[in-house]
Structures are given as structure tokens and as C-alpha cells.
Ligand binder design. Structure first.
Ligand SMILES: NC(=O)c1ccc[n+]([C@@H]2O[C@H](COP(=O)([O-])OP(=O)(O)OC[C@H]3O[C@@H](n4cnc5c(N)ncnc54)[C@H](OP(=O)(O)O)[C@@H]3O)[C@@H](O)[C@H]2O)c1
Length: 234
């Protein structure tokens, strides 16, 4: 895949990994739309801001209608809240709150853009998941559940869109140095590096991207007798 031929729509592109992905796609010659909640605040040369709140059906529909030339969608918009393990009395309410963005938002955007991708030859959808998809983290109980759900949908979406020639890519990535992890005292990778690794893998035809060494080790150990989901992480 040559990015010079691609029209890429990145959700949640105002900052963090989304902005890094949008910049990386632009640097490779793609036309890039940045799905952002506040278009007035977005100033990035060569990237077109489009209003998008992934929790809002109308906003998602308007964004898809405004960008009929898209060939690649990156479902990056996401949010996290700290929780205190499985018995936290707020964990259910928190999970519902995060689901609206991390799961339902990804579903809304995928459904809204799928016909566009079909019309434009198939293209690709890249879903930003997490290493927390695969194991329990006490302080991320709610967030991890949303990412596991998003992984499940990603796998169904891959099968559902195969007939129209759309490749569905799962990006698994561990902690990165962004606003989302400001309160986490863990080693973090550079989102610009993750963006470059991701676009390289997508260009090479991958359906799954394991963006860092920690995630690669996790994935390789999923079938082991002491797999990480039996132990927990971080
Ligand atoms: N950071 C990590 O360690 C890490 C690890 C694994 C996976 N991830 C995933 O990577 C993705 C990006 O996270 P990040 O670390 O870059 O976080 P971030 O710096 O907090 O950025 C989150 C982005 O999502 C946008 N967003 C949130 N809710 C939205 C909504 N309802 N509609 C549209 N945009 C919305 C934010 O927009 P505003 O500026 O308007 O708030 C912002 O652009 C997320 O899916 C996250 O779960 C992150």
C-alpha cells in the first residue's frame, strides 16, 4: 500500500496517538482528515479538521458524509478512567461511560464509513486497542473491559467486511506517553514511534499490529499455561 494514494480519516486526532498518526500519514503523502471535537482549536498544516464526537450519531454521520473520498479509517478516539479493581462499586457505571467512546464510538464510526470504503475500493479500518485487551489491571478494570469488547467487535468486523475488500487491522499497544497515561507510573513508549510502526505494518498488509516489545511478548504468551490473563499486569 502506498500512502500517497490514501485518504486517511483519524478519529481523536487533536492530540496523543491520534495526532501522531495523522502527522505520520501526512508525512507519507496521504490526504489526512483529523476527526476532532473542536475544529477551531486544530491547527496542523496539511491536515483537514472535521468535527467529530464519536458518542454522537449525528456528528459521526455528518463526518462520513463530509469525507466521501476516505480510503482508510483509524478508530483512535478513546478515553480512560481509573477504577479500583473488580469490586469497585463504580466499576459498572464507569464501564458504561467509557463504552460509549471506546466501544460504541468505534462501532458508530466503522458503520458510518464502511459504505464509503466499499465505494472507494475496499481500503482499511485500523482499530486502536490496547495491551489491556488481554489481561486484568486493577486500576483499569473498566477501561480494559471496553478494549476487550472493541477487540471482539474488530474480529467480527474483519469477517463482515472481507467481502467488500476492506482490511480490518487491530493495533495492540502498551502504555504510551500521552495525556491518557499522565497518572500512570509505568514505562511508556513514544506515540510518534508507535504511529510509524503502525503505518509501516499497515502498508505491509498486516491485520494485526503489535506495536512494542511488551505487547509482542504478551501476544506470544497468550497460549502459555501461565498466560498473562491468569496473572494480571502492570
Ligand atoms: N496512552 C496509552 O498508553 C494507550 C495505550 C493503549 C491504547 N491507547 C489508546 O490509544 C488511543 C489514543 O489515546 P491517547 O493515549 O492518545 O489519549 P489522549 O492523549 O487522551 O487522546 C485521546 C484522544 O481521543 C479524543 N476523544 C476522546 N473522546 C472523544 C470523543 N467522544 N469523540 C472524539 N474524540 C474523542 C480526544 O479528543 P479531545 O482532545 O477532544 O479530548 C483526544 O484526541 C485511545 O483509543 C487509547 O485507548 C492508549
Amino acid at each position: 500500500m502506498d500512502f500517497k494514494q490514501q485518504v486517511v480519516f483519524v478519529t481523536g486526532a487533536s492530540r496523543g496517538l491520534g495526532l501522531a498518526l495523522a502527522r505520520a500519514a501526512r508525512e507519507r503523502g496521504a490526504k489526512v482528515y483529523a476527526g476532532v471535537r473542536l475544529t477551531g482549536d486544530f491547527r496542523e498544516p496539511g491536515i483537514v479538521p472535521v468535527q467529530l464526537d464519536v458518542r454522537d450519531d449525528d456528528s459521526v454521520r455528518r463526518a462520513a458524509a463530509a469525507c466521501p473520498d476516505v480510503t482508510m479509517v483509524v478508530n483512535n478516539a478513546g478515553t480512560a478512567r481509573l477504577s479500583q479493581g473488580a469490586l469497585d462499586p463504580d466499576v459498572s457505571a464507569l464501564t458504561n461511560e467509557l463504552m460509549d467512546t471506546n466501544y460504541h464510538g468505534l462501532v458508530r464510526v466503522s458503520q458510518a464509513f464502511a459504505p464509503t470504503l466499499a465505494r472507494n475500493g475496499g481500503g482499511a479500518i485500523v482499530n486502536v486497542l490496547s495491551d489491556a485487551t488481554w489481561f486484568g489491571v486493577t486500576f483499569l478494570a473498566a477501561y480494559a473491559a471496553t478494549k476487550s469488547a472493541a477487540w471482539s467487535y474488530t474480529n467480527t468486523l474483519r469477517v463482515s467486511l472481507r467481502g467488500q475488500g476492506t482490511r480490518v487491522v487491530a493495533l495492540h499497544v502498551g502504555p504510551m506517553d500521552t495525556d491518557l497515561t499522565r497518572e500512570f507510573d509505568v514505562p511508556k513508549s513514544d506515540p510518534a514511534q508507535v504511529a510509524a510502526t503502525t503505518l509501516d505494518a499497515v502498508a505491509a498488509g498486516a491485520e494485526e499490529v503489535l506495536a512494542d516489545a511488551g505487547t509482542q511478548a504478551l501476544r506470544a504468551g497468550l497460549g502459555a499455561p501461565d498466560a498473562v490473563f491468569l496473572r494480571g499486569g502492570y
